[in-house]
Design a protein around this ligand. Structure first.
Ligand code: SAM
Length: 285
């Protein structure tokens, strides 16, 4: 039905090591009429490295709505096009969704050319459970928005995968520790496939401290992976949290007691604070 119309190839490109560009990706990028690229200068470097001369079209979040109809026209006119982002798989925290959805709505053929994505690359080597995971991309920038956004993820049982820049990583880890609990296992996967590829593992509180103290660990790009909520945080754990909070609350103001009990037990400070308030209310009634 669409044989006389062009195909849209969604092509994954390396996240660091250029040798990770697949043979199939090279062939497609050589053959298409034009390549829609997030940053044409960046993609030109990749193409030059591969000896590919191709027409490049700047396609990014600021012009994707305006440019999509023109790309669809070219596809409908019989030209094959490729879509790439700066690194990794297009659409994954990168532009392309608008074009892919519109192409599908028009019955055009969309062909994935799979390859690296930082999230899956990190997950494959982090040593955290991989049978179930939730990719959530970049956390919101402000602390207040970030913390309320994270609150929705507290009970997620799968491994959580976040994208973050090195510059913001220490702050984000501190927010993660505050909302998900400092005791959660986590991994920071940095500069994947590059010379200084590093996996740091530990609990969230320790990793937040480590990154705050060590500027080198904040260089470059990173993926933060956090183990999911413990399977049905069991009654024994809850009783222990309540016990520790009870002892501390006898000697300290509730806020401080909740803070310390959270650090000791790995429970969420806000949960313990709420528990403490309930007890105070119950005791008073
Ligand atoms: N579409 C890309 C993908 O499939 O991975 C992601 C693009 S997103 C704009 C960029 C983010 O991906 C970075 O801020 C970082 O969190 C992550 N990332 C990209 N390359 C990475 C690398 N080599 N090592 C670690 N994280 C990386």
């Amino acid at each position: 039905m669409s044989s006389d119309r062009g195909r849209l190839y969604v092509v994954a490109t390396p996240i660091g090591n250029l040798a990770d560009l697949s043979q199939r990706a090279r062939e497609v990028l050589s053959d298409v009429a034009a390549i829609a690229a997030e940053d044409t200068r960046h993609t030109r470097r990749l193409l030059t490295h591969c000896g590919i001369a191709a027409e490049l079209i700047a396609y990014h979040e600021h012009n994707e709505a305006a440019l999509t109809p023109r790309l669809l026209e070219r596809l409908a006119g019989g030209e094959d096009l490729a879509l790439v982002s700066d690194a990794g798989t297009p659409l994954i925290s990168d532009p392309g969704f608008v074009l892919v959805r519109a192409a599908r709505e028009q019955g055009l053929t969309v062909v994935p050319i799979p390859g690296p994505s930082a999230a899956i690359t990190a997950l494959s080597a982090a040593g955290l459970p991989s049978d179930r995971f939730l990719f959530v991309g970049f956390p919101p920038r402000t602390a207040a928005r970030c913390r309320s956004w994270l609150a929705d993820l507290v009970d997620e049982p799968g491994t959580l995968i976040f994208y973050e820049s090195g510059k913001r990583a220490a702050r984000t880890l501190a927010d993660l520790a505050a909302v998900l609990g400092g005791a959660r296992r986590a991994v920071v996967a940095r500069e994947l496939t590059k010379q200084f590829e590093t996996f740091l593992e530990g609990d969230l509180a320790g990793l937040a401290e480590r990154l705050a103290a060590d500027a080198e660990q904040r260089l470059g790009e990173l993926v933060i992976l956090v183990a999911g909520a413990p399977a049905g945080e069991d009654e024994a754990a809850r009783r222990e949290q309540a016990r520790v909070l009870g002892i501390l609350a006898e000697a300290l103001p509730l806020k401080q007691a909740a803070e310390l009990a959270a650090r000791i037990t790995g429970a969420r400070r806000n949960d313990l604070y709420a528990l403490g308030l309930t007890r105070v209310r119950e005791a008073g009634s």
